[in-house]
Design a protein around this ligand. Structure first.
Ligand SMILES: [Zn+2]
Length: 310
């Protein structure tokens, strides 16, 4: 590769991105989509350095160091703080893009652009239609379906899906050394390098993810609708939690399916027939479909939970 992306997986997409920017032929806006903690924000940050650094990301110069600490005067980061982005904030970014800058470019990184409500996205669209000179927007999203198609059509879009378990495991072993819980971490990371690294570095993240898997197993093992509904109430307002839950649930059901087909005494075999498991799989797909289309999220998740009762 031409640049040091320091990223696990995503080789094909990065190669095609490199091909596009090789002659420093930058587009005025890029959109990186993919699952939460899959590497999009790191890629955006590296691209910001490639754009601003005279040596295209040397990691040593003042530009590279300032971008690393997110203190570069002409590289603005709007990180996901869990809040939605208001029109005024969008206007403020636009105002900043109109100020004169020292660097050849002004780079504005907006994490999870879906945090902009529709009106804010429409307001932002005007900026994308008439981009202020020298400004490059680097946008990310974990929920592409919530980004206006008119925005999608005005940016260079790259999708970074989950990373293969084998590639992720090899990377983690090389970077952090072997550890007894490595297989468990890779399994629970669901192809998201950021999540895997946070589980390695932070005991609480590891414990949290383990608890989530434990809960899913408990939900499938016994009837307790009140408990299940309580859990839904706890997570339903947090999009990231809902995503992680549905991904973990899907992984678990896939494991059940595999055991059913390959073992004479499959796990939870008495409680779920093969048909039940296939039904659960379908329900998971439907739940995602409804949630992505803003149908009552709580109701959709509660319906899924009803499917786990016997
Ligand atoms: Zn540099």
């Amino acid at each position: 590769m031409l640049y040091q992306w320091n990223i696990v997986g995503h080789t094909q997409q990065l190669l095609s991105l490199e091909k596009e920017i090789k002659g420093r032929n930058f587009s005025h806006a890029y959109l990186f989509s993919g699952p939460h903690q899959g590497g999009k924000s790191s890629i955006a940050k590296t691209l910001a350095s490639i754009i601003q650094c005279p040596n295209h990301y040397c990691k040593k110069c003042r530009d590279c160091q300032l971008i690393q600490t997110k203190a570069h005067p002409d590289t603005i980061f709007m990180e996901d703080n869990g809040e939605s982005i208001k029109i005024d904030e969008v206007r403020e970014i636009i105002r900043k893009t109109n100020l004169t800058s020292q660097s050849p470019y002004r780079v504005i990184v907006i994490e999870n652009i879906e945090r902009m409500p529709v009106e804010a996205q429409n307001s932002f669209l005007k900026t994308l239609e008439e981009p202020p000179g020298k400004t490059i927007f680097l946008l990310t999203t974990s929920h592409l379906d919530q980004v206006l198609l008119t925005i999608q059509s005005r940016v260079r879009h790259f999708h970074f899906s989950t990373v293969d378990d084998g590639i992720l495991k090899a990377y983690l072993k090389e970077t952090f050394g072997s550890r007894p819980e490595m297989d468990e971490i890779v399994n629970m990371a669901q192809g998201r390098p950021g999540l895997a690294i946070s589980m390695i570095k932070d005991e609480n993240a590891f414990a949290g993810q383990k608890k989530l898997y434990g809960q899913i197993e408990a939900f499938l093992k016994k009837n307790d609708l009140a408990q299940k509904f309580l859990f839904i109430e706890e997570i339903e307002k947090d999009k990231t939690q809902v995503d992680l839950f549905l991904d973990a649930f899907t992984r678990y059901v896939r494991k059940l399916l595999f055991e059913h087909m390959n073992s004479s005494s499959p796990l939870l075999g008495k409680r779920f027939t093969l048909r039940d498991i296939v039904n659960l799989f379908e329900s998971l797909g439907k739940t995602r479909y409804f949630i992505n289309r803003n149908v009552n999220k709580k109701l959709a998740l509660e319906n899924l939970m009803i499917q786990t009762e016997r």
